[in-house]
Design a binder for this molecule. Structure first.
Ligand code: BGP
Length: 485
């Protein structure tokens, strides 16, 4: 008998609190770094404002009202046969300022009820602790993750929710897409990602080097905080399955030119140290060499190194949307820190989405293989994959064959990775099973859902939910355990 998807394979979908819940200042919730991001436009990153200002440019303040509608929405997920559903706990519902002495009971109660509902429906909660949602107060008062003290605040938050939801939640992950902030080849995006991950703000004319230096030290504290949380989580309940979460996009060289190959390798290593620390508990050699010559990660103690080793993750959670092509700007060597020595270029071999994201299902199989080569046997859960597209409602229907095509092709590659390559993929959670506010653009019109939500970019609309064509399709995929794509 050949390999097949495990019987307990986790089919389902994933969202994040700040993109769906709304209720941004209800029941004692504090302001998060997501709450002060405006809506962007034309694929430009959203603006980071200086706290909440007047105006209606924050669609995620209301999201899709999931705070009030989660029961109805989860019922729709159950109708599709979901085995698992990933969302995040909004840190600011639990510790509104991040440094509060006591947690906010109303926030704790909200997730108690939500997790009860998931369990009642037979849907396994998969919970992210930190999905671009740090309390804004920690940025203002402490400088975000540039400050070592934030480790303790995060650990206190993690300990609080691990303890409270012990028995209701088994699958966890610490920071969402921690490695995304290493996309320094693109100045504009990197600034946005360093903000969403680390809460760091730079002066207007900051160079890529300054950003890299700030990010590297902040990321070290994030990784220490993650490792401490993993250790504490396992002490609270040895059955907890706690992962590290990374965005993975295969990097292809623009040509067989050695300079392109080396630049591609260095760009990959600039992402891989995050997974090495999560999974192996140590920084890789090339990162140590880079850190030693640049001094960017100057604050690391022996105790930190021991914490990292003691807090290795149980599985790797990944998001996969696209692949990327790297081109060296000259024939010179690229070193780890030469993030401006190369550029990202279009891949002429694959189509792109309306947002310019390369559509590359085979790249998912390639990536799963690469990960298994690097970390043999480590369970991998796909916790995001999906197709952001504009949808038209015609006579109350959404015929989203383009989304079905994308998902079908990607799931087929996951199955090859399991069946032919023997890779231990334990779940597939597609991104945004219900339309939510886009993290990148802040708008509603970039939709991923099987369920359409009648709200526009300004948050206007009835909020009504509609089953798209992809709803029935995904239901059949789950019912057939992936054999009927
Ligand atoms: C990931 C994030 C998600 C998400 C997704 C799609 O980076 O973890 O929060 O939204 O990408 O991105 P976007 O919403 O910009 O289309």
């Amino acid at each position: 008998m050949g390999l097949k998807l495990a019987d307990n394979f986790l089919w389902g979908g994933a969202i994040a609190a700040h993109q769906a819940e709304g209720a941004w200042n209800k029941d004692g919730k504090g302001v998060s770094i997501a709450d002060i991001l405006t809506a962007g436009a034309n694929n430009k990153p959203r603006e980071i404002t200086d706290g909440v200002i007047a105006g209606n440019n924050y669609p995620n303040h209301h999201g899709i009202y999931f705070y009030d509608t989660y029961k109805e929405d989860l019922a729709l997920m159950a109708e599709m046969g979901f085995k698992a559903f990933r969302t995040s706990i909004a840190w600011t519902r639990i510790f509104p300022n991040g440094d509060d002495a006591e947690p906010n009971e109303a926030g704790l109660k909200f997730y108690d009820d939500m997790f009860d509902e998931m369990n009642r429906l037979g849907i396994e909660p998969v919970i992210t602790l930190n999905h671009f949602e740090m309390p804004y107060h920690l940025v203002k008062e402490y400088g975000g993750w540039s400050n070592r003290k934030v480790i303790d605040f995060f650990v206190k938050y993690a300990t609080t929710v691990f303890t409270r939801y012990n028995g209701k939640v088994k699958y966890w992950m610490t920071h969402n897409e921690i490695s995304n902030q290493a996309n320094l080849d693109d100045d504009m995006m990197s600034e946005f990602m360093i903000w969403t991950n680390s809460g760091l703000q730079f002066k207007k004319d900051a160079t890529a080097t300054e950003k890299l230096a700030g990010m590297v030290q902040a990321a070290h504290y994030e990784l220490v905080a993650s490792a401490k949380a993993v250790q504490i989580g396992h002490a609270i309940n040895p059955e907890f399955v706690i992962g590290g979460m990374l965005n993975v996009a295969p990097l292809y060289p623009a040509s067989p030119k050695p300079a392109d190959m080396l630049a591609t390798q260095k760009a990959r290593q600039l992402h891989d140290w995050f997974s090495d620390v999560h999974i192996r508990g140590t920084y890789p050699a090339e990162f140590e060499a880079f850190a030693a010559r640049t001094g960017y990660r100057s604050d690391i103690t022996q105790a930190d190194r021991e914490v990292l080793k003691a807090g290795k993750v149980d599985y790797l959670a990944i998001s996969y949307y696209n692949s990327t092509v790297i081109k060296a700007k000259s024939d010179a060597d690229t070193d780890f820190e030469d993030v401006q020595g190369y550029e990202v270029v279009q891949n002429p071999e694959v189509p792109v989405s309306d947002w310019g994201w390369a559509i590359d299902p085979q790249g998912l199989r390639y990536t799963l293989n690469e990960l298994n080569d690097q970390y043999p046997g480590l369970p991998i859960m796909i916790v995001e994959n999906g197709f952001g597209a504009y949808d038209d409602v015609i006579d109350g229907k959404v015929h989203d064959q383009y989304r079905i095509d994308y998902l079908k092709a990607h799931i087929a590659e996951v199955e090859k990775a399991v069946v032919k390559d023997g890779i231990p993929v334990i779940g597939y959670l597609s991104w945004g099973p219900i339309d939510i506010v886009s993290a990148g653009t802040g708008e509603m019109s970039k939709r991923y859902g099987y369920i359409y939500v009648d709200l526009d970019d300004m948050g206007e609309g009835s909020g009504k939910r509609l089953r798209k064509d992809s709803f029935d399709w995904y239901k059949q995929v789950i019912a057939s355990h992936g054999t009927d794509l």
